[in-house]
Design a protein around this ligand. Structure first.
Ligand SMILES: Nc1nc2c(c(=O)[nH]1)N[C@H]1C(S)=C(S)[C@@H](COP(=O)(O)O)O[C@H]1N2
Ligand SMILES: [Mo]
Length: 171
């Protein structure tokens, strides 16, 4: 369904919850950094190499399921659990309900606090900078959101992460 279809059905089109998407094959930028935005308006810039100094995890048996160009994997993606990152930057007691993860090409998704606090058996949601023991290339997404339990399509597997917004309410 396209934007018009969503509007005709009376629902507001939500860019962070698309029903389908034509994957963009072209890396939008070579910037190996992203921004984390806190509910109080604070913002930090994080370099990809700084992710190496955080507590890391590896999640095996990850698949990227494209409805257009087929399934790839299994991969072992490694990086930092999104919850680890949120807890590192948030002040204790800060209230938050969602994390929006948005790429440099404007593609993105929204995770609920529950999604992060109660990981699926397939593994926790992570910001990956490594695939099968190698740094993610620019083509592979550089810094990529990996949602291990998404097995029907790849609408949450956001490449080229540029902004991580920790928010109290859906924005
Ligand atoms: N930034 C960004 N991430 C994205 C997309 C995109 O267009 N831009 N497309 C999504 C879709 S629809 C698919 S199928 C997969 C494709 O991932 P792959 O190129 O690793 O197979 O990336 C997902 N992540
Ligand atoms: Mo896709």
């Amino acid at each position: 369904m396209n934007n018009d279809g969503a509007l005709l059905s009376g629902e507001q089109f939500d860019p962070l919850n698309p029903e389908s998407h034509e994957p963009n094959p072209d890396p939008p930028s070579a910037d190996p950094s992203f921004y984390i935005h806190l509910p109080n308006g604070g913002c930090y810039r994080i370099l990809a190499r700084e992710l190496r100094s955080f507590s890391r995890i590896a999640v095996p048996d990850c698949y990227i399921v494209s409805t257009g160009h087929g399934t790839s994997g299994p991969f072992v993606f490694a990086g930092v659990a999104l919850l680890t990152l949120v807890e590192k930057f948030l002040n204790p007691g800060d209230s938050w309900h969602f994390v929006e993860v948005i790429s440099a090409d404007g593609f993105g998704t929204r995770l609920s606090r529950q999604d992060l606090l109660i990981p699926d058996v397939s593994g926790p949601i992570l910001l990956a900078d490594d695939c099968d023991g190698r740094r993610l290339t620019r083509e592979q997404g550089l810094i990529r959101l990996i949602v291990p339990n998404e097995r029907d399509d790849a609408l949450m597997q956001v490449k080229w992460v540029e902004n991580v917004n920790i928010v109290e309410k859906k924005s």
